[in-house]
Design a protein around this ligand. Sequence first.
Ligand code: GLY
Length: 257
Amino acid sequence: MRFTRAIVRPPGATFAHGLSREPLGTPNLELALLQHQRYCDALLECGLALTRMPASDELADAPFVEDTALIARGRAITTRPGAPSRLGEVADVHDALVARGFEPDAIREPGTLDAGDVCEAGDIVFVGVSERTDEDGARQLATWLRAIGLAPRVVDVRGERSILHLKSGVSWLGDGRLLVIPELAGHAAFADFETVVVDASEAYAANAVRVNDRVLLAAGHPLAEAKLRDLGYLPLVLDMSEFAKLDGGLSCLSLRF
Ligand code: GLY
């Protein structure tokens, strides 16, 4: 699948107050803005045109735009984020999708779903049940995916305390391959895929993003980078330090379609 566009949203004034599970420190807004700009430049380098939403000074986690919607097979669905403080992000993303010509469906109350729990892998789509996505949200999305001809597979990651979302621990590389953290390497849901396992010391690298001919990879993971190069991929390495402090990864920063 080739992407042609992405929706992105830069950090706003209150970004440092975003949700965080990890004691990695307070993000620096200026540096986050610089890293976000480089991320946007990387998407442009991959051939994508960008829709840049205005920053929100009220919604600290708004840059993690991926969690609020999913676009597949030319259709869009908005989500119902599992963190109450993030529910307000959805209306703006809905409007951005409508402005791009989509007529988004929606995950309905009481279900919750963060699209960071959704990993598209060709016709198969892994849907994580996590601390943010509940069984009802996963069920609603699975129904929507089946209706557009995709095959959902629900993966319960509630026992994997090291990851916030499914995609914190697994990424689709294309070519029948998944990049995974060691804890998910043997998961039955992935049995018919080749798994490329990141070293335990580089778990954050598992949130990579295949974008056309490149793979976006977080900086500071030389083992993962070497592994990807050996397999013939062209990693595009990006510094993500300020987003990692809020449990955000590369995939979280854009909605690609
Ligand atoms: N800080 C991103 C999230 O927790 O959803």
